[in-house]
Structure formats: structure tokens, C-alpha cells
Design a protein around this ligand. Structure first.
Ligand code: NAD
Length: 443
């Protein structure tokens, strides 16, 4: 008995995984009722502990309560409720047609849980990016180890305290820590690894997974371009770019990274972006409780070093002590500038002017495939060309960032922006084995 209690409280990776595997092997995670019950417990955690979670998100990233609720707690609840609403239908075996030669026979596709899955989360949406994958993992009938980011320590601690309390120790375990702890975790055999973060660590995760032939989902990042065409309503365009770009102080994987302004749109767009920033955050964004802060000094120093490019349209103010960097728009930026060499992941928005759509498409296709591509245009022909001639995790017209809140759309990257997808039914696919069943009567 004492031994069991010690095991239940241990964060030793081998002990944690073996505890979760024993729970999975009992078969108790498979019935729909268990899955719905665990999702209900997660719902209770998110609603009853919302104040504590908001305080943790504020401590980690200076997130204001409205934005933090919408993008972290509310987002996860929406994903959870959508899953609960459709789970029974998603899990129903799907009939498949049987070729004439085999008849009479039945064929169907069944989704089997995988077992014990590992979810490694980053710091920028430290709650959402740990718990939205967990919704899928539990809904698919798995047990899960969650490894929150050490760079969001208050949220990590809150998850470690609350998840076992609400969900029980044999459904979910939280292992906190940084590189050493994650490396030790990755030595264990998991049935799936779901990693969100940068591509360098994505490669480490994939190499570790290969030793056990464990499938991986890699939700990575990159530079997500915004194409703006002449003829687009530039007031609405600027407002919708600003809303997506400066949320969480630009620390969003699908944040618009840079603008490709076609033809003569740049001058008017610049002016409208400045207006839209003022409308969203006032004359002094530092005083707006909804405007976030840069996660740490390393990232603050990395970002301020990028400010030299082009001409400042708005912003450029910063304060190292408080990790504050104002919403910044840079015009006339050269493609060779440092700010154009890697994902910005902060509140700096460069504008590059290109002569026409052909150049914009060539610019995008000469670089890594982005996680998202945004375009503001009133031309159906342009939408069709971008759809057919570019490759990105997602393609969004007339909005930025919002596609990830549409649960029936798959969310994930391609090429350097990642592999695999989740949200809604796509999460069930990710965290299940899709099993073929063929059934022919003996006589
Ligand atoms: P991070 O530093 O928090 O790292 C992510 C996770 O990897 C953490 O849990 C961390 O502990 C772990 N980790 C770090 N070094 C490791 C190592 N050597 N071995 C094993 N594990 C290790 O977050 P980050 O990577 O800075 O996140 C930012 C990046 O993530 C950006 O590129 C962003 O675009 C991307 N991102 C993608 C998505 C998406 O859904 N596609 C969402 C958010 C962020």
C-alpha cells in the first residue's frame, strides 16, 4: 500500500509511465463514459480554478484577464465542449465498402486508443497548448503525461497542482522541468508524442521517438506572411492584422510575421496600421492592462536587436526591466534584414513592398512552408491562385490567427512548420490508431 502511494506521488519518468500504462492496460480508459467523465473533470478544473489560472498567466506573460480568458481558458473550454458534443458520433465505427469478390462481408474502420501519450507544451500559450491536446488524448481513450514549459513557471506549477487533483493520478501525470527532465522523459517508450515548440527541439523529440518507433506530432512555427493586395479595404485589413499580430505581444505561433504589400498599398496600409494600433491599445500601450509582456530577458534582447530594420511607422518603445516592447510596425524593410531571417515571435511587424502577386507568391515559395498564410484581397482569382500555388499549414483570407478557433478545421504545419494536425475530430485521429476490420461470415 505504502509502495503504491509512493509510486502515485513519484515524478520519476519510468515510474510515471509505468503507472499510466498499468491504468491503460486495465481497459478502464476505453469506454465512452470514462472519456466523458475525464473531460467533465477537466471542464470543472477550468471553470472552478479560472481565477488562479488567470493569475498564473499574468505572472508568466503579463497577460490581461480578457485576452487570457479568451485565448487560453475559453479557447480550451470551446474545444472541450465541441469534443464532448460530437465524441460519440466520432467514435462510431465507419462502414467501408467491400469489393464484390469478398461479398458477403462487412468492413468498418474503428478507432483504437494508443496507450500512454506524452504532451510537451511551450510557454507562449502555456495553458491552451498543454490542455487542448490533452482534450484530444483523453477523448481518444489514452492516458497522458503533460510536460509544461519551464519558461511559464506559474502556469506549469498550477497544472502540476490541479490536473492530478481533478483528473486523478492514473489518467494524467504532470512532469515539470526543463531540458534534463524532458530528456529523461523522452527516454521512455510512449505510444505517441505531441510536441509544440521550435523546430530545433522538434528534431530532438523526433530522434528520441524514433528509438521506440513512436509516432510524433510536431506543432512548430515559422514566418507566417500576410499578402495585401490593391483593392482590399485597408482599414479593415489593418484592424484584423493588428488584432492577430499583437495579441500576447506577438508571441503567437500563427501571428502574422511580415506583410507583403503589393503595388502601392504600403503607404496607405502603414497609416491604417498606426491607427489600428492606437485604437486597440491607446496612446500608451504600456498602460493598457490587456497588452502583454515579453516572456524573458533573452527574448527581449533578441527582439530589440531586430528593431534597426527599415523605418519605424509606429512603436519601437521598450523597457528591459518590465520586458515591455510596444506594438511596432517597420516599413521599407529589406528581405535581407535580420528581422526577415527567422520567426520574429514578438510585437514587430515589418512591411516589404513587392510589385505584384507573382512576386509575392515567389517570395513565399522561396522560403520554408509557413504555419499560416494570410491574404487580404477582394479578388477571387487571387484567392484561387494562392490556394493552388502556395503550401502552408493554413490559408486564411480576411482574418489573421482566427482559424485555430474553428474546431472542424485541422490545425498543424507542413514542412518546417511541422507535421500532423489536431483540434476537434482531427485530435481523435492523432491520438488513435485507425484500425481496419473486415468480417466475412464462415458460411
Ligand atoms: P519552449 O522553450 O517552452 O520549448 C517547448 C518545450 O520544449 C518546453 O516544454 C521545453 O521544456 C521543451 N524543451 C526545450 N529544450 C528541450 C530539449 N533540448 N530537449 C527536450 N525538450 C526541450 O518553447 P519554444 O520552443 O520557444 O516555443 C516557441 C516556438 O514554438 C515558436 O517557434 C512557435 O512558433 C512555436 N509554437 C508553435 C505552436 C503551434 O501550435 N504550431 C504553438 C506555439 C508555439
Amino acid at each position: 500500500m505504502a509502495h503504491t502511494l509512493v509510486d502515485a506521488l513519484s515524478t520519476d519518468p519510468a515510474t510515471v509511465v509505468s503507472r499510466l500504462r498499468s491504468a491503460f492496460d486495465t481497459g478502464r480508459t476505453k469506454p465512452l463514459a470514462w472519456r466523458l467523465d475525464r473531460l467533465g473533470a477537466l471542464r470543472a478544473l477550468l471553470t472552478e480554478q479560472a481565477d488562479d489560472l488567470l493569475a498564473a498567466l499574468h505572472a508568466d506573460l503579463g497577460k490581461g484577464p480578457t485576452e487570457a480568458y479568451r485565448t487560453e481558458i475559453g479557447f480550451t473550454l470551446h474545444e472541450l465542449d465541441h469534443t464532448v458534443q460530437h465524441l460519440e458520433e466520432w467514435l462510431r465505427p465507419k462502414p467501408a465498402a467491400v469489393p464484390q469478390a469478398f461479398l458477403p462481408a462487412d468492413a468498418r474502420v474503428v478507432r483504437d486508443p494508443l496507450g500512454v501519450v506524452l504532451i510537451i507544451a511551450p510557454w507562449n500559450y502555456p495553458l491552451q497548448l498543454a490542455l487542448a491536446p490533452l482534450v484530444g488524448a483523453l477523448a481518444a481513450g489514452n492516458t497522458a503525461v503533460v510536460k509544461p514549459s519551464e519558461l511559464a513557471p506559474a502556469t506549469s506549477a498550477a497544472l502540476a497542482r490541479l490536473l492530478p487533483r481533478y483528473l486523478g493520478r492514473d489518467a494524467v501525470a504532470v512532469v515539470e522541468g526543463a531540458v534534463a527532465e524532458t530528456t529523461a522523459l523522452l527516454e521512455q517508450r510512449f505510444d505517441h508524442i505531441f510536441y509544440t515548440g521550435n523546430g530545433t527541439v522538434g528534431r530532438i523529440v523526433m530522434a528520441a521517438a524514433a528509438k521506440h518507433l513512436t509516432p510524433v506530432t510536431l506543432e512548430l512555427g515559422g514566418k507566417s506572411p500576410v499578402v495585401v493586395e490593391p483593392g482590399a479595404d485597408l482599414t479593415a485589413t489593418a484592424q484584423r492584422i493588428v488584432r492577430g499580430k499583437f495579441q500576447n505581444a506577438g508571441q503567437t505561433c500563427v501571428a502574422p510575421d511580415y506583410i507583403l504589400a503589393i503595388g502601392d498599398t504600403a503607404a496607405e496600409l502603414e497609416a491604417q496600421l498606426a491607427v489600428a494600433v492606437r485604437e486597440a491599445y491607446g496612446d500608451d500601450p504600456a498602460a493598457d492592462p490587456e497588452y502583454g509582456r515579453i516572456v524573458n530577458e533573452r527574448h527581449f534582447d533578441r527582439l530589440t536587436a531586430l528593431l534597426g530594420a527599415g523605418r519605424v511607422v509606429t512603436g519601437g518603445d521598450h523597457d528591459r526591466a518590465s520586458h515591455y516592447l510596444s506594438p511596432t510596425v517597420l516599413a521599407d524593410v529589406s528581405p535581407d534584414a535580420p528581422v526577415m531571417q527567422a520567426e520574429i515571435f514578438g510585437p514587430i511587424l515589418p512591411i516589404i513592398t513587392v510589385p505584384d502577386l507573382d512576386d509575392a507568391i515567389a517570395f513565399i515559395n522561396n522560403r520554408d512552408k509557413p504555419l499560416a498564410l494570410y491574404a487580404f484581397t477582394d479578388s477571387e482569382r487571387t484567392k484561387q491562385r494562392l490556394t493552388e500555388e502556395t503550401s502552408s499549414g493554413a490559408l486564411v483570407f480576411g482574418l489573421s490567427v482566427s482559424h485555430l478557433a474553428v474546431p472542424d478545421l485541422p490545425f498543424g504545419g507542413v514542412g518546417e512548420s511541422g507535421m500532423g494536425r489536431y483540434h476537434g475530430e482531427y485530435s481523435i485521429d492523432t491520438f488513435s490508431h485507425t484500425k481496419a476490420v473486415l468480417d466475412k461470415p464462415l458460411n
